[in-house]
Write a protein that binds this ligand. Structure first.
Ligand SMILES: NC(=O)C1=CN([C@@H]2O[C@H](COP(=O)(O)OP(=O)(O)OC[C@H]3O[C@@H](n4cnc5c(N)ncnc54)[C@H](OP(=O)(O)O)[C@@H]3O)[C@@H](O)[C@H]2O)C=CC1
Ligand SMILES: CC(=O)N[C@@H](CCC(=O)OP(=O)(O)O)C(=O)O
Length: 310
């Protein structure tokens, strides 16, 4: 029998993208709820309890309610794309490449918390340097990022695309999260293995999908006389043999005049760069991804595939 997959929230931004990725897959049976019934709790509860894997693409509170709907059912496994369970030690964090053991943990888990889009970039850059001992645990990490507007789901998409929307946003690029209490900070701190909460400044650009995450570093405050070359080598070693995360060659990075936020739109890949000049005091670590690809729906399908094999 084919494993049954139910995407709760399949008519939202993340859910639709997962459905698109699953179209044509003959190895799974996709359970579906009509759009008009998407908030029908009885139907959702039945489908959640029928599934082998439920993928939650809901706001945090609704995700917690969905988990409660399958309490006592030991056969359904869950991938939650919301923020609700990302620092819960009982849930496997769904970033398969973040260390060597993680793909195995996801494969064996009943509960998987899909990472946030910004944390995928930030943790992807920082954690290998913590693991290699180059970045001190108490380094004052800053994370600056720009996301495509689909990152804000149906509501922000409408505000950006519909000129008649009462809260239409006209800005081509805007900063938000100005009180510095973004919901992604805790998972960045926990999974990047940092003692101090990173200072995170997000922004949105007038493009649908794409993301740049930047982590600038002062070399003098790192360990082991860290250099442009040793930082790049640590990242390249960590991701060697991966097909989703690519560490761009130093020479290629040095030749780039710019980084285009939408370069990886509509892909599930992530590119990591180390920018700077040999012998100079700073480096800038940069992650490039699609907020809906490796940043959300692509990662959810990757995790589902690991769980189906596990
Ligand atoms: N967009 C992105 O780039 C990313 C999103 N995520 C996470 O994915 C989750 C979904 O976000 P996103 O797809 O962007 O959001 P959307 O607003 O686009 O979609 C959410 C969907 O969930 C439905 N929904 C909301 N509340 C309930 C409820 N109580 N019961 C049943 N259905 C409900 C909505 O229906 P209705 O239309 O009626 O509101 C909608 O169809 C969020 O937790 C988000 O944080 C994670 C990483 C990146
Ligand atoms: C552009 C934008 O608004 N982005 C969202 C984050 C993306 C998202 O909702 O994802 P998570 O589930 O990972 O939080 C935000 O800043 O709240």
């Amino acid at each position: 029998m084919k494993p049954k997959i139910f995407i709760d929230g399949e008519h939202g931004t993340t859910g639709l993208q997962i459905r698109t990725r699953m179209a044509g897959r003959a190895d799974v049976e996709l359970l579906s709820i009509p759009e008009a019934e998407r908030r029908n709790n009885k139907m959702r509860e039945d489908l959640l309890n029928t599934a082998d894997i439920a993928i939650l693409c809901l706001p945090d509170d609704a995700a917690k309610e969905a988990v409660a709907m399958v309490a006592g059912n030991n056969s359904v496994r869950i991938i939650d794309t919301s923020t609700a369970h990302r620092v819960d030690p009982a849930w496997a964090y769904g970033f398969a490449e973040m260390d060597r053991a993680q793909a195995g943990k996801i494969a064996a888990a009943r509960h998987v918390a899909n990472p946030g889009c910004y944390p995928t970039g930030a943790i992807g850059l920082i954690r290998p340097l913590r693991a290699a001992g180059l970045l001190p645990e108490d380094y004052p990490v800053t994370v600056n990022a720009v996301s495509g507007y689909t990152g804000g789901g149906k509501q922000l998409i409408a505000q950006m695309e519909d000129a008649g929307h009462p809260e239409h946003i006209d800005a081509p690029h805007f900063l938000y999260g100005l009180p510095l209490k973004h919901k992604h900070v805790p998972e960045m701190q926990v999974h990047a293995l940092l003692a101090r909460a990173p200072l995170f400044s997000p922004s949105v650009g007038k493009f649908a999908q794409g993301m740049i995450v930047q982590v600038p570093l002062y070399l003098a405050d790192l360990n082991d006389n860290a250099s442009l070359g040793s930082i790049h080598a640590a990242l390249a070693d960590h991701y060697a043999g991966q097909d989703i995360v690519e560490v761009v060659d130093l020479k290629q990075s040095a030749a780039l005049p710019r980084v285009n936020a939408v370069e990886l739109a509509d892909t599930d890949r992530m590119k990591l760069f180390v920018f700077g000049t040999a012998g100079a005091p700073h480096v800038n670590l940069v992650a490039l991804l699609d907020n809906l690809g490796k940043g959300a729906s692509g990662a959810a399908v990757q995790n589902m595939d690991l769980m189906l094999r596990g």
